[in-house]
Design a protein around this ligand. Structure first.
Ligand SMILES: NC(=O)c1ccc[n+]([C@@H]2O[C@H](COP(=O)([O-])OP(=O)(O)OC[C@H]3O[C@@H](n4cnc5c(N)ncnc54)[C@H](OP(=O)(O)O)[C@@H]3O)[C@@H](O)[C@H]2O)c1
Length: 271
C-alpha cells in the first residue's frame, strides 16, 4: 500500500515535470455540450493546450461544424452524437469513444438548458427537461466515464454549474435547483473518488451570452446581470478557458470538490 502510494506520487510529479503544469499534451478530453457557446470555446482551449479533444451533443449539424472548426484537416472521430439525458446513450457513447480513442482522461459536462418563466407556470415536462439535461445527465456521465477513469488510475472531471447554484434565482427555480444538484454531485463524487485519483470539480460561470440565454433573457435582465457584476459587464467566452485548463491539468493536482466562480465578481458584490 505504501509502495503504491509512493509510486502514484512519483507519477504525479513526473507528469507535472514532463508535460508542464498547464499542458494537456497526450490527454484525451471529451466535452459533452461541446457544440454550444461555452463548450465549443472550452474544447478550443483544450486543443490549444495540447489535448486531443472530442465533443458530444444531439445535433449532427453542430457536431460536424464543431469538428471541422477544431480539426479542419482531421474532423473524423471528433464529434459524437448523444442525448445525454439517457444513461443508456451515455454508455453507448463511452463504448464508441473508447473504441476510437482507447482512453479518456478529461470529461467536461457542459450540456444544459433552461427556461426563464414564473415557477407557477412551469410545466412538469419543462421541469423534467431542465432536471434531466442539467443534473441527471451530469450524474450519469460522471459515473459512466468515471468508472473507466478509476480503472485507468486517474482522471479529471469538470462540471459546468452556474451562479444559480449559489443563491436563489427568480424565474429560474428549476434551473437553479438543477445546478445546486450539479454542485452536490461534484462534491459527493470528489469525496467518493479522491482516493482513486479521479478529481471532480465545477466551474460556476457568471453571465456569458450564448444560445442558452441570448433570446431568453429580457433586455432588463441582461442589464441587471451586467450591473451586478463587480466588473460591470458580461464575460467573454475565452475568459472561461483558463479555469477549465487549470482544473483539467496537473496544475490542480490537489484540487477536488471545488467550485471555481468565473463571474466578474458577481458573487463578491453586496450593494
Ligand atoms: N451562458 C451562460 O451565461 C451560462 C452561465 C452559467 C452556466 N451556464 C451553463 O453552461 C453550460 C453550457 O451553456 P451554453 O451557454 O454554452 O449554452 P448553449 O450554447 O445552448 O449550449 C448547450 C450545449 O448543450 C448541448 N445539449 C443540450 N441538451 C443536450 C442533451 N440532452 N444531450 C447532449 N447535449 C445536449 C447542446 O447541443 P445540442 O442541442 O445539439 O444537444 C449544446 O452543445 C450549460 O450547462 C449552462 O447551464 C451557462
Amino acid at each position: 500500500m505504501a509502495m503504491a502510494a509512493t509510486a502514484a506520487a512519483k507519477r504525479r510529479e513526473t507528469e507535472m515535470r514532463d508535460t508542464g503544469m498547464y499542458e494537456l499534451e497526450g490527454k484525451t478530453a471529451l466535452v459533452i455540450g461541446g457544440t454550444g457557446g461555452i463548450g465549443r470555446e472550452l474544447a478550443r482551449g483544450f486543443r490549444d493546450a495540447g489535448a486531443d479533444v472530442l465533443v458530444a451533443g444531439r445535433s449532427r449539424e453542430k457536431l460536424a461544424e464543431t469538428a471541422t472548426f477544431l480539426y479542419p484537416d482531421a474532423p473524423d472521430k471528433v464529434g459524437y452524437q448523444v442525448d445525454a439525458r439517457s444513461p443508456a446513450e451515455l454508455r453507448r457513447l463511452r463504448d464508441e469513444v473508447l473504441a476510437d480513442h482507447r482512453r479518456l482522461d478529461i470529461l467536461v459536462n457542459c450540456q444544459g438548458t433552461t427556461a426563464i418563466k414564473p415557477a407557477l407556470e412551469l410545466t412538469e415536462a419543462e421541469y423534467d427537461a431542465i432536471a434531466d439535461t442539467n443534473l441527471k445527465s451530469t450524474f450519469f456521465a460522471c459515473t459512466v466515464f468515471g468508472a473507466g477513469m478509476i480503472a485507468a488510475g486517474g482522471g479529471s472531471i469538470v462540471n459546468i454549474a452556474s451562479l444559480a447554484a449559489h443563491n436563489g434565482w427568480a424565474l429560474a427555480a428549476a434551473y437553479s435547483a438543477s445546478k445546486w444538484g450539479v454542485v452536490g454531485v461534484t462534491k459527493s463524487l470528489a469525496a467518493e473518488w479522491g482516493s482513486r485519483n479521479v478529481r471532480v470539480n465545477a466551474i460556476a460561470p457568471g453571465f456569458f451570452l450564448t444560445d442558452l440565454n441570448r433570446e431568453r433573457m429580457s433586455p432588463q435582465r441582461k442589464e441587471e446581470a451586467r450591473r451586478r457584476a463587480a466588473m460591470e459587464r458580461m464575460g467573454e467566452l475565452h475568459e472561461l478557458v483558463g479555469a477549465a485548463i487549470f482544473l483539467a491539468s496537473p496544475a490542480s493536482g490537489f484540487v477536488t470538490g471545488s467550485v471555481v466562480n468565473v463571474d466578474g465578481g458577481y458573487l463578491a458584490s453586496g450593494i
